[in-house]
Design a protein. Sequence first.
Length: 227
Amino acid sequence: MKSIFNRRVVAFAAAIAALISLSATTVSAAQVSGAIIGHGENSHPRDLSTKTRVVLSGGQYSTMITKDGKFVFPNVPEGSYLLEVQSPQYIYPTVKLIVTEKEPRAYLVNLGSDWSNNDNVLQFPLTLAPRAPASFFIPREGFKLSHLLANPMMLMMGFSVVMLFVMPKLMANMDPEAMEEIQGMQDATQMPNFEMPDIAATLAKFSTGGGSSSQAAAQGSSGKKRQ
């Protein structure tokens, strides 16, 4: 009888220990739920992309959204997490999530700010609205007249054209003496005009002169021998 009683006591104690451990595990994990909405007043959750995901700490836990934009993390252990929404359509704010035995807490944070900042408190269930539409491509700039006028080459060309029409009028209204001085300065600044020699004529003279001198020298030597 004593052995049977002892066995029952041991089984009862084991059952109580299992219940305590089960309750401890259930308390240490919490459910995190919320919803995301689209951009604008007339947006509908069905307009959200089916590729939208909600992740914790860069993908440690992840879940997809339902048709009405809701998401649920059923069992999140105790700790601090960074909740992010990965959407190809919109850019959503990041949320710092702290899971404790009592209840989870959420705070709106900015990347690069102090992690201990807990000023912007969010209520559960979370409702996240996008900050702006996601733009992954920069549109190509079209033609603008201001860009053309800001080009240095165009400015130089425009100045030259203006001076082409203005200078004749200025020269016509100048005094003859001033005109003569300007022309004298232009003549002084001009480079002297050097005439290039004719290479063909120079070669022809050199060849003919060289031939006649050699012939004269040959005739002189022959005359001396005869004498």
